[in-house]
Ligand binder design. Structure first.
Ligand code: BGC
Length: 317
């Protein structure tokens, strides 16, 4: 690894904070992961950077810059959190806090924007000038590259597809509104639909994996679906179809060359992704559009870390 060109990349979401030392070629050389302190997001980031700087010292690697991809509406020009639906940042001025603490150049952007940039520079979307990324986990993050540039909007905090309203009388979202896309197609939607499903059908194999109805997770549903449990398959089909509708909206707004899917929920695989693709094809074909390429991230769970470092290389180094 080129000593002077290594960066620290950090990816903070509602569940995990992950970070790594990344070379200028996008190789991840050291990785850490902790549960997010949902009441102290900035402290979680600082602790992760601190740990990685110590590691870089042990490895003899010089760190040139720090990149952070943070869940929430981020003004990337100042590196400040404007609003976050799923966690609290104890200090919203994240970039300032990191610069003061570590004295290195810092870039702070939205987590999905970082992952999108990572896919363009090092991942499956290399060479694409127009691409969209949806990262599906606790919530849904999105990033759009239009004519080679990340779309940021007037305040630097645009591209929040997860909070577009799909059903105004739908389930309550962490953002305070009802029926956001992320409440219908991501992890929480799967858990909610499964709770409703097992109430109607207590025989469902889902209950063989969950300790109680309240504790059902998307993972439990995925396990039950792997054994062809009808309720589990129906739940994943509904959430997948909602994702497909979202992707068709992306196609109509941005006409991307490729939509990249990432985030923990895509590990559920075909019972979820199949209906999503079918729905997308159905909607785009009926408008006589060509089917759009849909790729799964090639950077995997590390796309946020690598993408945050890529942004730092490009903007802070
Ligand atoms: C947040 C986004 C974030 C996404 C994934 C959403 O709830 O509003 O900013 O990108 O979750 O973490």
């Amino acid at each position: 690894m080129s000593e002077s060109r290594a960066a620290i990349g950090v990816d903070i979401g509602g569940t995990k904070v992950k970070g790594g030392i990344v070379s200028s070629k996008g190789a991840l050389h050291s990785r850490v992961e902790h549960d997010t302190d949902v009441h102290a997001g900035t402290k979680s980031i600082i602790a992760t950077v601190h740990e990685l700087l110590e590691r870089s010292g042990e490895l003899g690697v010089a760190i040139g810059c720090i990149g952070v991809g943070a869940a929430g509406f981020i003004d990337s020009r100042s590196g400040t959190v404007i609003f976050a639906a799923n966690l609290v940042y104890d200090d919203p001025k994240v970039a300032e806090a990191l610069k003061a603490r570590f004295g290195l150049p810092v870039v702070v952007d939205n987590d999905a924007n970082a992952a999108t940039w990572g896919e363009k520079i090092f991942g499956t979307a290399q060479g694409a000038a127009n691409l969209a990324l949806l990262t599906i986990g606790t919530g849904i993050g999105s990033g759009f590259i239009v004519n080679g540039e990340l779309l940021r909007g007037a305040t630097g905090a645009g591209a929040e597809m997860g909070h577009t309203i799909v059903d105004p009388s739908g389930p309550l979202c962490g953002c305070g509104l009802k029926g956001c896309f992320e409440q219908l197609a991501a992890g929480r939607a799967i858990a909610r639909l499964a709770r409703e499903g097992v109430t109607e059908n207590p025989e469902s194999a889902i209950m063989g994996f969950a300790s109680s109805v309240e504790d059902i997770s998307a993972r439990d549903v995925a396990r039950a679906a792997a054994g062809f449990d009808e309720t589990a398959c129906r739940v994943l089909r509904r959430a997948g179809q909602a994702l497909g509708v979202g992707m068709s909206n992306v196609v109509n707004i941005f006409d991307p060359e490729v939509i990249v899917l990432g985030g923990g929920i895509i590990k559920v695989g075909e019972p979820y992704l199949g209906p999503a693709r079918d729905q997308l094809v159905k909607m785009t074909m009926s408008q006589r559009r060509r089917p759009v390429r849909v790729d799964v991230t090639s950077l995997g769970a590390e796309s946020g870390i690598i993408g945050a470092a890529a942004l730092a290389f490009d903007q802070a180094a």
